[in-house]
Design a protein around this ligand. Structure first.
Ligand code: ZN
Length: 74
């Protein structure tokens, strides 16, 4: 069984679905009983969705604008 620290270490791997079946199951089980990680993963997903929607630019990404978008989605 995964603990919360392991969940946060897996982080973007969970979003990118780079996990094997066993790990995915463990993640799924953990998310069912841990609202904190549920929220954490949800935020990660939203963040990656917003990042994908951003046009590619050489300028530094405006993190404030991203945060606002995420909050609007939540
Ligand atoms: Zn947890």
């Amino acid at each position: 069984m995964l603990n919360c620290r392991e969940m946060s270490e897996l982080g973007s791997d969970i979003i990118d679905s780079h996990l094997g079946l066993r790990t995915r199951m463990a993640v799924f089980m953990h998310l069912r009983m841990c609202s904190r990680c549920n929220r954490y993963i949800k935020q990660l997903k939203l963040t990656s969705q917003v990042l994908q929607q951003l046009p590619l630019q050489d300028e530094a990404v405006d993190s404030q604008a991203i945060l606002k978008k995420i909050q609007a989605l939540d």
